[in-house]
Design a protein around this ligand. Structure first.
Ligand SMILES: [Zn+2]
Length: 289
């Protein structure tokens, strides 16, 4: 469906009170929200599905706050899911990858609302401290129509728009109450290759264990790619939960190693965000399955 048509239909459904009804019907379920990078210069124009503007992110949290959703930490949400004690309309906030902008932009907005938040950090570029190479190449081409441009690269390096948090920033985030968790070392999790997949988690964990004190037991599949063959490795490595990029709510029947999430970004309009958080889109998806 064309985005504009979808938004118009959603707007009418909202006007007729359907979102209020679906929020009530979905009240006992949990929605896990997922963010990636936060715009420092113009990244949301470059990759609108990967980045979000500061103003948009702020308006999302303001909506959650004003409309009385309950934001829980991931650990608390999982515990409450297990003992059937989730408060109505529960939400968990997660951030993938650990872009520098998680520290320079998102941190203060999240703290303003005193919301808990889990950050899944991929550590190869946290260690290397250069911009993420393939993203930098694509950004340079998007900006200049050239495959390589030294001046543009230097700007990317200096602004850190495509860089991952360094050790000091990860430490500060943890000290300020953020939950740092696993996302593989090289942002890949091979299928049907147990040794390489396990090594990705072990390297990721070894890097983060030097910095953070909390238990590293929550995992995010890189690029949301998962396979049933992954589940035994994750169990054997004492991973308690793993999140995918499959949209939808979580309930007490969900597999904790295959948790659904909604990926929010600059690409999502306000009415689409409201349709997701109130469960309207979840009910539509289940209806047309
Ligand atoms: Zn990722």
């Amino acid at each position: 469906m064309k985005p504009l048509l979808k938004r118009i239909i959603l707007y009418f459904c909202w006007t007729f009170g359907l979102f209020r009804l679906t929020r009530y019907l979905n009240r006992k379920k949990l929605l896990i929200l997922c963010y990636h990078g936060f715009e420092i210069i113009d990244e949301s124009k470059f990759r609108p599905k990967l980045f979000i503007k500061k103003k948009t992110f702020h308006s999302r949290l303001e909506f959650i706050h004003k409309k009385g959703f309950h934001v829980l930490s991931l650990s608390e949400a999982i515990d409450r899911l297990k003992n059937h004690s989730l408060p109505n309309n529960s939400v968990v906030i997660t951030i993938d990858d650990g872009f520098y902008s998680t520290y320079s932009i998102a941190k203060d907005i999240i703290r303003q609302y005193k919301y808990p938040c889990t950050i899944y950090v991929t550590t190869y570029y946290a260690n290397k401290q250069t911009p993420i190479l393939n993203l930098a190449d694509q950004y340079i081409f998007w900006k200049t129509k050239e495959t390589y441009n030294m001046l543009e690269y230097q700007k990317i390096e200096k602004s850190r728009i495509l860089s991952i948090l360094n050790e000091k920033e990860i430490k500060i985030l943890e000290e300020e109450g953020f939950d740092i968790q696993l996302h593989t070392h090289r942002h890949r999790f091979p299928i049907n290759d147990a040794a390489s997949a396990k090594k990705e988690i072990e390297d990721n964990k070894a890097f983060l264990e030097k910095i953070v004190k909390n238990r590293l037991i929550h995992f995010c599949y890189p690029s949301g790619i998962w396979d049933k063959s992954h589940l035994p490795y994750l169990k054997s490595m004492d991973i308690e939960s793993a999140v995918t990029c499959v949209p939808g709510f979580v309930d007490d029947k969900s597999n904790l190693l295959l948790l659904n999430r909604f990926l929010d970004s600059e690409n999502i309009s306000k009415i689409e965000f409201i349709a997701e958080i109130t469960g309207f889109m979840d009910i539509v998806r289940n209806f047309i399955k």
